[in-house]
Design a protein around this ligand. Sequence first.
Ligand code: ARG
Length: 459
Amino acid sequence: NANQMWGGRFAEGPDAIMEAINASIGFDQRLAAQDIAGSRAHAAMLAAQGIISNSDAEAIREGLLTILSEIEQGRFTFSTALEDIHMNVEARLKEVIGEPAGRLHTGRSRNDQVATDFRLWVRDQADAAIEGLKALMCALLVQAGTGAEWVMPGFTHLQTAQPVTWGHHMMAYVEMFGRDLSRFTDARARMNESPLGAAALAGTSFPIDRHMTAEALGFARPCANSLDAVSDRDFALEFLAASSICAMHLSRFAEELVIWSSAQFRFVALSDRFSTGSSIMPQKKNPDAAELIRAKIGRIFGANVALMTVMKGLPLAYSKDMQEDKEQVFDAADNLMLALAAMTGMVGDMQANVPVLEAAAGAGFSTATDLADWLVRVLGMPFRDAHHVTGSLVAVAEGKGCDLPELSLADMQAVEPRITEEVFGVLGVHNSVASRVSYGGTAPEQVKQQVAAWQERLS
Ligand code: ARG
């Protein structure tokens, strides 16, 4: 009972433990559709090149389509003894069409086969990530367009810094997710080369046409070096790296939503659809979706580190270690898509609490920089002196327990006699944000330009 695919030189079958550590069918059955697409392209090419007969190629094609529908309908029995998806499909093909099944593996190895299947799978996930990011960015653009004029506190060190607009804050995330989108787009273009026909590692003596199979599978070209083709997992690592950075952005935003939805901040109300209650505290509405997004990011970082570690010590070409690539990428991709979809849903439903945002925007001496700028602009003070004078005024306000706009002109003139009534014009939060008209600044007119530019880019 040696293996029917490779057991010619084996007298004994594998130990049960060997089967358990060796078999990948438990997870790589997710590559079934890609495996069958790769085999169809390979068989068609073998026939076109006169390596197998047209009738064998036709039998293989029909058999593979039968198997695909069996798998899609859940009627396929996967076998651990057959190790992986490649041998499960091929063994079933033999049952379905008989002898021609044995000709399919001509000029091919499982090494180029798995590399091809996995690239196709990861390429689809890059496309899914791009679509997911576009949906999220569209939801953010709606928030930004609606709230281009709403003011809120901008923070550094999570301390009130200067007023910003809601739209500006949303557009900051659009920039981040836009870079993620371009990273997935770049990675997709780089991974879009076909390993098929690299065979085990050295290429093959059969007159195969790798350009034909590459084209049939939608690859831009075949991989140029057969050793590299079967030993490279950069495509998966780039996907994980792009996913990790994207996940980090999602996690930062999720963290903000957790803070913003707290009773202490009340900046936003998250929808019931993306919140949960507590089984003991009746008043609770918890931002679980945001928390889980923040948490799931750990799995994506973990997958990136795990696969980097798997790959770092491998001599060329294929080593069985590389079978460990799949579960990491599957899990990371599943969780990234889920996190993107959950974030898109939350952003779409999220209600900004505009009066609370506006009150918070003015608290904490947030227009102190505007005051300092006024001293420079109107009184001609050097900025450093203006900074010092403003600091003294903040100290006076703090002593009186009020905010800057609540100081009297007399209070101000006690610190700097040249200050006039006109200064109060710059201490309001709306004036503050409206004045930040520098390119990329928080002024509503700037934000509206950013929104329009991204709407154009995404359409
Ligand atoms: N299941 C294997 C993997 O996922 C397929 C390639 C096996 N190749 C080999 N020579 N054993 O990597």
